[in-house]
Ligand binder design. Structure first.
Ligand code: SAH
Length: 228
């Protein structure tokens, strides 16, 4: 790591702290996980700035502040089993992997998932299980084994009207889910807490901009924006 790289990392952490991220473990993970290695070459120079960037297949890596704020709102503990919907390039997954016991992550674009898995391997993050599937249906039963319910669920694509029922069902009682909800241009980040099998509390955290949560595995010809 050269001096410029170190300085960029420190600047980002200071920026996040100024914006209200106080959890030292989250700041430490954001300083250590090499965000520049998760993004395409063309945008590497901007990887340590607090902005969203394109990652191919029309998708984006979230702004570092949003990654940190979502993680902080979930109050992740090192005992937590976490489900993530929308692996994308795997950056948020890597941050979670540093903070919790195990991350289960689902991505509908197989090519993005393959690249993300290479990053987990390169960074020796061994507590991640990643699959290509439709995350709106929750984590599937695999070889007769259920992983649900989860202590925490994080969805990094926006539900148009309300969270998928399957995801609400997979939150452990006492657990929480964070998910952007709303149409493009009018989304709000919401924190659902499962108080009992039937009752949830909902809190609006902030306005956000996410790509939409879409059904089914992506088709090869699917193209919804910039390619990289
Ligand atoms: N957390 C990611 C953000 C990626 S953008 C990162 O840090 O890079 C959101 C991702 O959600 C996209 O990759 C998109 O393909 C994926 N997505 C959208 N709908 C999905 C669904 N139903 N199941 C799984 N992934 C989905």
């Amino acid at each position: 790591m050269n001096t410029q790289d170190v300085n960029r990392r420190i600047r980002l952490v200071m920026d996040l702290r100024n914006k209200g991220i106080t959890d030292a473990k989250i700041l430490g993970a954001m300083e250590r996980i090499p965000r520049d290695e998760f993004v395409p070459k063309a945008v590497k120079d901007q990887a340590w700035d607090d902005m969203a960037l394109p990652i191919g297949r029309g998708q984006t890596i979230s702004q570092p502040y949003v990654v940190a704020a979502m993680t902080q709102a979930l109050q992740i503990s090192d005992m937590d089993k976490v489900l993530e919907i929308g692996t994308g390039c795997g950056y948020q997954t890597a941050i979670l992997a540093k903070l919790c016991r195990r991350v289960y992550t689902i991505e509908r674009h197989e090519i993005l998932l393959e690249r993300a898995e290479k990053m987990f391997e390169a960074l020796k993050l061994r507590n991640i299980t990643a699959i290509a599937a439709d995350g709106m249906k929750g984590w599937p039963t695999i070889h007769g084994i259920d992983q649900a319910p989860f202590d925490k669920i994080i969805v990094t694509a926006a539900a148009r009207e309300k969270p998928p029922q399957e995801l609400l069902d997979q939150i452990k009682v006492g657990g929480a889910m964070i998910i952007p909800v709303g149409p493009s241009g009018d989304q709000s980040l919401k924190l659902y807490k499962k108080e009992s099998e039937e009752a949830y509390s909902v809190k609006d955290l902030m306005p956000v901009r996410f790509v939409p949560l879409l059904p089914d595995i992506a088709k090869d010809e699917e193209e919804n924006g910039a390619a990289a």
